[in-house]
Design a binder for this molecule. Sequence first.
Ligand code: PLP
Length: 386
Amino acid sequence: MSALLSVYERELVLTKGRGAWVEDRDGKRYLDFGAGIGVNGLGHGDRGVLAAIRNQAARLVHASNLYHTEPAAALAERLTTLAFPSRAFFCNSGTEAVEAALKFARKIGRSQGRSELVAFERSFHGRTLGALSLTWTPKYREPFEPLVPGVRFCAFGDLEAAAAVTGPQTAAVFVEPVQGEGGVWPATPEFLRGLAGLCRERGALLVADEVQCGLGRTGRLFAHQHAGITPDLLTLAKPLGGGLPIGAVLLREELAPGIAVGDHGSTFGGNPVACAAALAVLDHLTRPGFLDAVERRARQLRKGLLALARIHAQIADVRGSGLMLGVEFRGGVAPVVRALEGRGVLATRAGERVLRLLPPLVIKPAEIRSFLTSLDAVLGEGAGAA
Ligand SMILES: Cc1ncc(COP(=O)(O)O)c(C=O)c1O
C-alpha cells in the first residue's frame, strides 16, 4: 500500500461487506458504525442497488454529458419531485456539489453585484478550493491560501451574527442543517427558519448542504424538512449512489433560467450506472415505514448513549439528529476509536473529542445493542477520559 500518497492515516484493509458488517483481509469482522463516512446508508451489498448497478452496467456504463441518458433524466425527475420544484445538476462528489452550488449562486447574483458568500464556524463543505473557502477549520484551509475571496464566517446558530454579514453584497449563505465534520451539531429549526427569512429579506440565496445529513440520515428524507423550510439550493452526495460516486445540486425552479448552457459541466457527472444505483437507493428510502424505522433505531441508539453518559463520566455530551449522532468526550476520542476497532467496531471521529456515529440506516436493534456493549466496555477501560 506504500505507493499511495499518504494523505490519510489508516491501517485496515477491508475486503468485503454485507449489511452493517465489513471484513478485513485477515477475516476479522467489524460492525460498521461509520458506513464509509455516511455513504453506505443501505449498508453493504444491498440487493436492489447491486441489481441496478449490474443491469445498467450491462447496457451503458458511460455516455458523457454530450448526450442524455435515461437514468440521469429519471433521477433528476425523482429528486426534484421528492425535494421541491427544482432542476438537478449531477457531479461526482460532495465537494463538487458545493462547488457547483457556489458557481450557480455567484452567476445568479452577478447581475446584482452579489459575490460574497456566508458560511459558519465549524462548517465543512469539502476540499476543492471553492468548497474549502467555505470550510472553517483553519488547519484544512491555511496551507492552501489564498482561497476564494469574499467568504464571511459567523457563529453557527447566531442569527444576529448572520444578519450582520448578510447584505446586498451576499450571493449565498451556506449551511449544514446538521454540521458533521465540525462535531455533529444540529441547527435548531428556529435558526434555519430565521436564516431562510433573512435570505429572503436580503435577497441572498440559501444553500442547504446535506451532503452528509441528507437522504434519510436524520429520519426525514431531507434534514431541512425538520424546520419546514425550502432552501434555494440543496447539495447531496454521500449516500445517494449506494456507494458509487455521485453528487447532486438542486436549484429552485424559478432560479434555473439564471444558469445557461456552458456555465458549468462535468465529464463524469450523472454517470448512468451511478444514477441507476441512486434510483434504487431512493426506492428503498421512500418505502412506506422506512424512515419511521430509522427514527426508532435513532431513539434506541440515543437512549443507549445517554444511559452510558450516566455511567461514564468521560462523556461530556450526546447530540445529533436521527442516526447522525456525536458523543463528545472530556479527553481525546482517538483512543476510543482505536479501542472500538480492537473490539471489532468501526466508528469515525469529528475533530479531537467527538465520536461520530453514522451507522447504516438499515442497522438492526441487536446490532445497536452490540455496539453499545462494546462502547460500554471501552469506556470502562478509561478511554476518552481527560
Ligand atoms: C456537509 C459536507 N459537505 C461536503 C462534503 C464533501 O464531500 P466529499 O468528501 O464527497 O467531497 C462533506 C464531506 O464530509 C460534508 O460533510
